[in-house]
Design a protein around this ligand. Structure first.
Ligand SMILES: Nc1nc2c(ncn2[C@@H]2O[C@H](COP(=O)(O)OP(=O)(O)OP(=O)(O)O)[C@@H](O)[C@H]2O)c(=O)[nH]1
Length: 258
């Protein structure tokens, strides 16, 4: 199996806090519109290179960028400054675990100055992978969310249930496996993991069921790019639905570690 090495890019809007209140506080719907449009554009720009972006806090987004070099990052950065009244800084790093990678990517930006330093703009710092490393993506989905929740409870109660499950999964995957988990809409969560095997995913699902009462299934993919690993994960998730199983992994995953 190709060695797992996750490349993470921290995308941070430059000096955004001061901008939101200059010369006076900007209307919140305008900020929400800017943030969601920026996420949409970044999602497409990064997907063009077969990477994934997660919206996280919107002013700070985390991308999985295996295969994207510094020139590719610079083009993404330029596209943002050409389209928006704000600019972004990018910190890039690789790690044996996603947690290690995001730690280094963050440190790269923090070393260049504060997120609210008007002089620190359009930083691009880090070392993209010289050699090819693979990324592991796990796509989790709540079992029967439509019949159990969406068609039964009020919309906010559904949101509470899904969010409780997401929080339990996020904490467990970070603490137990140095993995980064992101809510991606509906009843879906993507975890960026590193070489986890079937028993590790089974244990994660058990934990969420025990602590949050939410039943999950997961499809796992492993490939050189996040986009390809993500598609393999979605195909594996479909196999869970067809076979009634709760964990399906791509063929190359069987050699993973617990
Ligand atoms: N982002 C994202 N959202 C999805 C995807 N598939 C489904 N959803 C969302 O999740 C909601 C629930 O869909 P499903 O997960 O297919 O339905 P379910 O009732 O949970 O049924 P099973 O998953 O088969 O147990 C949908 O309304 C969508 O909002 C996906 O691949 N990506």
């Amino acid at each position: 199996m190709t060695r797992t090495e996750t490349q993470v890019t921290l995308i941070q809007i430059d000096n955004y806090g001061p901008w939101t209140v200059a010369p006076s506080p900007k209307r919140e719907p305008d900020l929400q519109t800017l943030q969601s449009r920026l996420y949409a554009d970044l999602s497409q720009l990064v997907a063009h290179h077969d990477g994934y972006v997660f919206f996280t806090r919107f002013d700070n987004m985390i991308a999985v960028t295996n295969g994207i070099d510094l020139a590719g990052h610079r083009r993404i950065q330029d596209a943002v400054s050409n389209r928006y009244p704000v600019t972004v800084s990018l910190g890039v790093a690789t790690g044996a675990s996603p947690r290690e990678a995001v730690g280094e990517a963050t440190a790269n930006l923090q070393a260049a100055g504060s997120a609210q330093d008007g002089e620190r703009t359009e930083i691009l710092r880090g070392d993209p992978l010289c050699e090819e490393g693979a990324v592991q993506i796990a796509h989790f989905d709540v079992n029967d969310a439509t019949s159990q929740y969406t068609d039964e409870l009020n919309a906010f109660e559904v949101f509470r249930h899904i969010d409780r499950g997401y929080s339990a999964l996020l904490e467990y995957m970070y603490d137990a496996h140095d993995s980064l988990s992101f809510f991606i809409g509906g009843d879906n969560v993507i975890s960026v993991t590193a070489g986890l095997d079937r028993p590790a995913f089974d244990a994660a699902i058990d934990h969420v069921e025990e602590t949050a009462g939410i039943e999950l299934k997961v499809g796992v993919g492993h490939d050189l790019r996040a986009g390809d690993a993500g598609m393999a994960a979605k195909e594996a998730l479909e196999r869970c639905r067809e076979r009634g199983t709760r964990v399906e992994v791509g063929a190359s995953e069987s050699a993973g570690r617990a």
